[in-house]
Design a protein around this ligand. Sequence first.
Ligand code: ADP
Length: 415
Amino acid sequence: MLIGVVADDMTGASDVALMLARGGLTTVQTIGVPQGDLPSAEAVVVALKSRTAPVEDAVAQSVAAARALRAAGAQRLLFKYCSTFDSTPQGNIGPVADALMDEVGADIALVCPAFPAAGRTIYQGYLFVNGEPLNESAMRDHPLTPMRDASLRRLMAAQSAHRVGLLALATIRKGAQAARTAIAALKQEGFRYAVADAIDDEDLRILAAAIYDQPLITGGSGIALGLPALLRKGAMHTASPFDLPPGKAAILAGSCSAMTRRQIAAAQAAGVPAFAIDPLALPGGEITAGTLAEFALAAPSPALIYSGSEPERVAKVQSVLGREAAGAMIEHLLADTARLLVERGVTRLVVAGGETSGAVVQGLGIRALSIGPEIDPGVPWMRVIDGPEAVRGLTITLKSGNFGAEDFFVKALAD
Ligand code: ADP
């Protein structure tokens, strides 16, 4: 295994798995810390649901994943988090990175969530989303990890026990050797993290060349862009894309992100039958998984079931139900709905939302996925290769809330 990846959520895992597969590595994604033998592949991505877990739990899961990957021969590790650095002042990016550094004996690690293809760029250590500073983007109002600062150095330093330095664009543009030298200098000065600027794919390729041989890399899927060629140094091959199956499809969207809300509107405008979940109707049992599955199965064409609404409405729901309880209730509802849909013959499932995807994949009991064709940057179709009989062969896509173009749902439903 050339590289083992510890990913802090489900959609992030498929995003980085796609990047590695597109670069020519045979890639498998496992759900949760793999038990027993790992599937054989050049890249194994372990999808955790640790982004918003209690800190100790996130650290324990991540260290267990790292141990399993290293025991299976992983030569180096990538800790993959969100390209919008989704976290709170307590973590979990800092504490998990600290623990993984100790686990592999690394003395400095890169911090680079940049993903220019999805509009995430870093300059002077500040993270931008489609040109807006992170704290002025829609991430400001994320239901679970509202991001109120754009300085990655400050964000990381608040969460980590170590000093955080900057690897600036001007250095990176001088090439991989200059970047290596600068990282070594930061290490000398007592920094244990280097936040790296990157505003286009070429910056990411230079960074990859500067750090690919380190035992631990941390970042978004963008940092994986240049890794396959460097790790393999041999003949490239492309991952075998698979054909989409015939049969019924459905969309389950639990994300409130701005892009998902636009995708929902676009799908409705295109005539996709849609059911809006009112979270305040959940405690009374007015909407159940049965209701939702019935709606999707009875619809004349593939249907969309969604819960997301604008920040004011989310705040209202959270004030009545509690932030975590509301999230968990909706996640469980969508996971139960997914189970009913698959039991009743749905062969293609589109899931929107990182936490939501984690809940759905766990609810379905999926253990491993192979990576197939890309729908939009960072979002592949995947096929279930390990899990309960009823879900084997299911084709699924797990979309991070802000990923995909406005017509993502419409495209995903097309044959
Ligand atoms: P994203 O990828 O956009 O971050 P996630 O699924 O990770 O999406 O997070 C969205 C969270 O918000 C989930 O926990 C989900 O259950 C919760 N949620 C969804 N709709 C609502 C709503 N209307 N009110 C409150 N919370 C919601």
